[in-house]
Design a protein around this ligand. Sequence first.
Ligand code: SF4
Ligand code: SF4
Length: 290
Amino acid sequence: MISLIREKCRSLYIADFGIVRARVFGELSDFLEKCGHTPMTTPDIRRRTDPFLIMPEAKSIIVCLMSYYTGDEKGNLSKYARGEDYHSVMGRALGELAELLKENGYRAEGFCDSGDLNDRYLAYLAGLGFFGKNGFLIHPVYGTYTVIGYIITDCPLDESAPLNSTCINCGECVRRCPGGAIAEDGSFCYEKCASYITQKKGELSSEEERIIAKSGYVWGCDVCQDVCPHNKNAKKTKNPEFNEYLCKDLHIDTSISNRTFRKVYKNKAYAWRGKGVIARNQEILEKKGK
Ligand code: SF4
Ligand code: SF4
């Protein structure tokens, strides 16, 4: 089965994949409790650590990595949001991979930002990279500019080994983060992260506005990835879905309706948040002359 999976992954532009044996990832509980949860993650630690809640017969988790990196041109959109929405791209690929497993008599269910398990930790266990101080998973070839998806299946597969490596600990991400979100000890405060703030709804505090203005991003933030030496020679993606209709700078017409916004930008990763949040961020950047 593994050679069929490998072949399928190659055809789907899945840059790398690895296998984790299905088990309760109890070793994460303390860590997750300590860092708390963001509005994007569930506070229920069991749901974040137990794949059997999704599939009681689960045997393996196939963790897939796709690169979205098309080059390091500057822009006000985070690189992951410049091409087609990665949820759709990875979602379709996982759907096809799950189909292959089903054709061979197994159960399979795919998740890309739609499941509760900690996908970066799964990717680490699957041997797809090591952790940077900025919390990102660093793949030895594709760097941090990647999307993670996973499939829970009852297909028994041999487990991959995690990589025995760490980031070079240069501290650039700590020094350059516009919000001071990354501490020297590697702990992370999501409330100071521009990527989180640009997605947050409602009125922002003056400190949050300052962080967005300093980052220069209307959506997301790549500063701690762009300065990371491990990304210096990151391999670019060949996936046409990430290479077509690229938009690195977003300037919306703020007079359009939310409905029109969602229609025009429906294939983009920021469309789900609606016009209001983008318009607000754009105004903050314009005020600061960015
Ligand atoms: S994404 Fe930007 S704001 Fe968030 S931790 Fe990285 S550099 Fe800091
Ligand atoms: S910028 Fe330096 S400290 Fe930060 S993740 Fe990269 S190598 Fe590690």
